[in-house]
Design a binder for this molecule. Structure first.
Ligand code: LLP
Length: 441
């Protein structure tokens, strides 16, 4: 499976963005995240153009939690997308990159007062309150600042997205959003309309992540349009923006078959338009906020292969071959958290026939398996393993577990490789540690 600009070079090496991955590993070390700029930009354009063609007035926000660095913010700005942030840290990063704050939407089920103040002071375009208390707090913060903050309310449409339970968010018992069926969402609308510091402009929902099937969106669109109609009937207020969240899946392994961005845009646009027509509401501006589908397939992680071990297994009798790499849980917690599956290529033998089944393990003091089973050419210590589709929620969820330093990130395009995050140093692991006097030697 080759994605984006990936190719097999004449040296039989995996190439991405016109750069030889073996050279990248030699220059920047491993583990190394490599991001394919052309694919990221292509995906952004696909989103913006497809929604404009299929729906009309629309806006696309990149969910920065999937992959956020200051350089990424510049790309998103240049492509004309909005940015979804969900913490002071994400907002701060966007501001450091000079991202126009009026194109930022601030999410989260619990924003601190400091975060609400930062959002308002920064001139964030939209805030999405997620509780009645937060609506009141935001109203007060905005009033104190002498502004009217535009808000969209995060609603819970009560739709089961049928994805991993930890990334399901639209079902009835989710911690996110105002429940529409229980009446909480209508209370939130009335509250937001009553506060002079707030300007209610729209509604939001996000049913879940890594969805390979669009049905949950069709259901969510119906619930949201029905709710818009009730709002209009009961309060006379017309919703101007409907944000349908993110969630479209990507290809981690050959068998995954997500819709293309263009197909998804067509389907969402049609479901939302049909639902709006059926409910008889004025057509709002449509917003979506994809994360994974913009960056997921654009990323690979390069690892150096270490020890390869044969282990006997009793059931079924046989052997298992463990291939250890120089990263694992700390640079990719997804297999451990969500049973996520991945595919891989031996980057320095990219043209060789896959002949043997390996289990790829990390080097943490955990059973941190990266891939439970993958067919590879005969591998040896010193090879370079490229794990694919690691562009979303890998770097952004990386940790310092076992005091590993976080890897560098390289952005590749047309034969140029730019470091956009340098590798952490050992010193950085202790720079926030403090030594009380009584413990000093
Ligand atoms: N909008 C909101 C409000 C969200 O909470 C999310 C993701 C998105 C948009 C973007 O969803 P996407 O298009 O990326 O599916 N760490 C998990 C994924 C958590 C998703 C959280 N919210 C993983 O690694 O699979």
């Amino acid at each position: 499976m080759l994605l984006g600009t990936q190719k097999i070079s004449t040296r039989d090496h995996l190439e991405v963005g016109g750069c030889d991955t073996v050279d990248l590993a030699a220059q920047f070390g491993t583990p190394l995240y490599v991001m394919d700029e052309a694919l990221i930009r292509h995906n952004c354009k696909q989103y913006v153009d497809s929604f404009a063609d299929c729906y009309g007035e629309s806006a696309v926000a990149f969910a920065s939690k999937a992959f956020m660095t200051t350089a990424m913010c510049r790309i998103i700005d240049q492509e004309g997308l909005w940015l979804d942030v969900a913490s002071a840290g994400e907002l701060y990063t966007a501001k450091c990159a000079g991202f126009p704050t009026q194109r930022i939407i601030f999410h989260g089920n619990y924003k601190s007062i400091e975060e609400l103040e930062l959002a308002v002071q920064s001139g964030v375009g939209l805030v999405a309150p997620d509780s009645l208390a937060e609506i009141e707090q935001l109203g007060a913060v905005a009033e104190d600042a002498g502004v009217r903050q535009c808000v969209i309310l995060r609603c819970n449409p009560g739709v089961d997205p049928h994805t991993h339970r930890l990334i399901s968010t639209g079902q009835e018992d989710s911690k996110f959003g105002f429940n529409i069926r229980s009446g909480d969402a209508m209370k939130a609308v009335r509250k937001a309309l009553s506060l002079s510091g707030l300007k209610l402009v729209g509604l939001h929902c996000h049913v879940g992540s890594q969805l390979l099937d669009a049905m949950p969106y069709v259901e969510a669109a119906k619930v949201m349009a029905g709710f818009m109609k009730r709002i209009s009937d009961e309060t006379g207020f017309e919703i101007g923006i409907l944000n349908m969240g993110g969630g479209i899946g990507v290809r981690y392994i050959e068998e995954h078959n997500p819709p293309t961005i263009a197909q998804w845009a067509e389907l969402i646009s049609k479901s939302v338009t049909d639902a709006e027509n059926e409910a008889g509401v004025c057509k709002p501006k449509l917003m979506v906020e994809p994360g994974r589908s913009i960056v997921g397939e654009a990323g690979i992680t390069l690892y150096s292969v270490g020890p390869i071990k044969e282990c006997g297994i009793p059931e079924p009798p046989g052997t298992r071959t463990y291939l250890a790499v120089d990263g694992g849980l700390s640079d990719n917690p997804r297999p451990t958290m969500y049973d996520a599956v991945y595919s891989a290529i031996i980057a320095n033998k990219a043209a060789a026939e896959p002949v043997k089944e390996y289990r790829v393990s990390g080097k943490h003091c955990e059973t941190d398996m990266l891939i439970s089973s993958v067919l590879l050419p005969e591998a040896e210590a010193g090879d370079l393993l490229a794990v694919q589709t690691t562009g979303a929620y890998n770097y952004s969820m990386a940790s310092n577990y076992n005091r590993f330093t976080r890897p560098a990130v390289v952005l590749v395009k047309e034969g140029t490789a730019d470091l956009i995050v340098r590798r952490e140093t050992l010193y950085e692991l202790v720079k926030c540690d403090l030594m009380p006097d009584r413990l000093k030697v």
